[in-house]
Ligand binder design. Structure first.
Ligand code: ADP
Ligand code: MG
Length: 249
């Protein structure tokens, strides 16, 4: 029993390893993600950022190590993965909206299917969120009829409507035309400011510097440096980071 469940970290990750064909993509990662934290993960392509994120919601089954979510071990055979994922939203680079469903249906399908809300409640909440982000007029449109920036904001709303404890973002702006990046980042910034726990993989280093409570730098499957953005981004100790940031900044 945990005496202070409200203070337990959102995630406790201990010696996490994920191998593909015996090659580690994530190699002995240990860190916590606290409630309300906005953790950015940066690092070169192929360093294991996506694999780490996908392990956090069990889209990948870790090879070894442990993940606890609000104190509870989720890397155990007894875990109800579908139930667990209702608490952990995910936003992907390529939106992953259902093309044959309207915007409103895309947003309401999960809460209705999982029995979290009635159809009416889900629609009301979805419409309120759509109003909030200025896309209420698109509720009966299909994803194809939206811009990339609009689709990604819908994908974020689709995650929010489940009232998750945390949302994981995997390069949410990498597939967008430059003029659409800002609208997605400003929605993410609003969520960070209201205290949503977020884990964000991105190459938007300026955004990370502005919004992150902590930055993790990954290289070859390991966290090689972590700390507040002004230290990790502006004054990295590790030469690998200095080289990386000199290229992306
Ligand atoms: P990043 O997101 O930092 O670019 P990834 O987590 O996607 O890195 O990949 C880390 C390493 O794991 C890479 O070498 C990649 O080729 C490998 N990898 C990722 N997913 C798979 C997979 N499903 N099968 C085999 N290898 C994979
Ligand atoms: Mg990736």
């Amino acid at each position: 029993m945990n005496e202070h469940p409200g203070n337990t970290p959102m995630f406790q990750i201990s010696h996490l390893v994920k191998e593909f064909n015996s090659v580690p993509a994530v190699n002995d990662v240990t860190t916590n993600i606290d409630r309300g934290e906005v953790v950015f993960i940066v690092g070169p392509s192929g360093s294991g950022k996506s694999t780490f994120l996908r392990c956090l919601n069990l889209l990948e089954e870790p090879t070894s190590g442990e993940i606890r979510f609000k104190g509870k071990l989720v890397t155990s055979p007894g875990t109800d993965v579908n139930q667990f994922r209702q608490h952990v939203g995910m936003v992907f680079q390529h939106f992953n909206l259902f093309p044959h469903l309207t915007i409103l249906e895309n947003i309401t399908i999960a809460p209705v299917k999982t029995g979290r809300s009635s159809r009416k409640e889900a629609a009301n909440q979805a419409e309120a969120l759509l109003q909030r982000i200025g896309l209420y007029g698109k509720r009966h449109s299909y994803p194809l009829q939206l811009s990339g920036g609009q689709k990604q904001r819908i994908a974020i709303v689709r995650a929010l409507v489940m009232n998750p404890d945390v949302i994981l973002f995997d390069e949410p702006t990498s597939a967008l035309d430059p003029e659409m990046v800002g609208e997605v980042l400003s929605l993410m910034k609003e969520l960070a400011q209201v205290g949503l726990t977020m884990v964000v993989v991105t190459h938007e280093i300026g955004f990370a510097r502005e919004v992150a409570s902590r930055v993790l730098f990954m290289d070859k499957g390991k966290i090689v440096e972590e700390g507040p953005p002004d230290r990790v981004i502006d004054r990295p100790a590790n030469p690998r980071l200095q080289e990386f940031f000199s290229k992306v900044l």
